[in-house]
Design a protein around this ligand. Structure first.
Ligand SMILES: CC(C)(COP(=O)(O)OP(=O)(O)OC[C@H]1O[C@@H](n2cnc3c(N)ncnc32)[C@H](O)[C@@H]1OP(=O)(O)O)[C@@H](O)C(=O)NCCC(=O)NCCS
Length: 203
């Protein structure tokens, strides 16, 4: 089949338009993906099922009942956040003020927050694989640091599992080996490490 010059010009134009549209779509998708890493918002009770589904996928070795998540949300909602990447919840942060060097055992309710907390405790930060490497995790840590600052707490602490010590190290946390921790780490597995960072840190 042969085309006139005008037809060829118009086919080229259409192709160029189609390519441009594809490029625009790809750019928009990339932007959405990156922006998705920034869509942390407060968790609500209606997010709990999705949050538990993320937990089941990310932490198959550390199962916790939905009641544990619900209790943290009720006790300290400001520390419970989710990452909504458009297609659903892709990550969550659970954090709350707590007593220093007393990591709560897994899958056990807190009961109540301490009247005089000594640390801001990150119970869990869990990202589905598609949310990793987007910078979203560091944003959640920055949120936790801001909350700790607001509460005038001197430090943040957590138990690092799943070989995540390297990630937390990059967020300014250091491993603390203290005899008082003893059996308190038992429910977190043998490779668990207790880590702390001062709220204010010279970077
Ligand atoms: C741990 C977790 C929150 C980190 O989030 P992430 O999006 O994968 O991390 P990022 O890509 O933002 O990494 C930030 C930096 O930490 C490093 N890092 C990430 N995970 C690491 C790990 N497990 N060990 C060593 N370094 C790590 C990255 O290389 C990166 O370094 P850079 O700044 O020099 O480039 C995420 O991988 C996750 O949810 N893992 C499963 C659940 C889990 O173990 N949570 C921690 C519970 S205590």
């Amino acid at each position: 089949m042969t085309y006139s010059i005008m037809e060829q010009v118009s086919i080229c134009g259409l192709r160029a338009f189609a390519c441009k549209t594809e490029r625009t779509k790809t750019r928009a998708l990339l932007a959405m993906t990156k922006a998705g890493g920034r869509h942390w918002r407060g968790m609500t009770a209606s997010d709990l099922d999705a949050v538990v589904a993320v937990a089941a996928e990310v932490h198959p070795d550390f199962p916790e009942e939905v009641a544990i998540f619900a209790e943290r949300l009720a006790l300290f909602g400001a520390g419970c956040r989710v990452l909504d990447m458009g297609g659903g919840i892709a990550a969550y942060l659970l954090s709350h003020p707590w007593r220093e060097l007393e990591p709560p055992p897994l899958n056990v309710p807190l009961g109540a927050l301490p009247p005089i907390p000594g640390t801001f405790y990150i119970h869990d930060l869990a990202l589905l694989p598609q949310a990793r490497g987007t910078g979203a995790a560091a944003l959640a840590v920055a949120d936790a640091i801001r909350l700790a600052q607001g509460l005038e707490l001197p430090n943040l602490s957590l138990v690092a599992v799943n070989a995540s010590v390297g990630f937390w190290g990059k967020q300014g946390f250091s491993v603390v080996a203290d005899p008082r921790l003893g059996a308190k780490l038992a429910s977190y597995g043998s490779d668990a490490r207790f880590m702390m960072r001062p709220v204010a840190k010279a970077d």
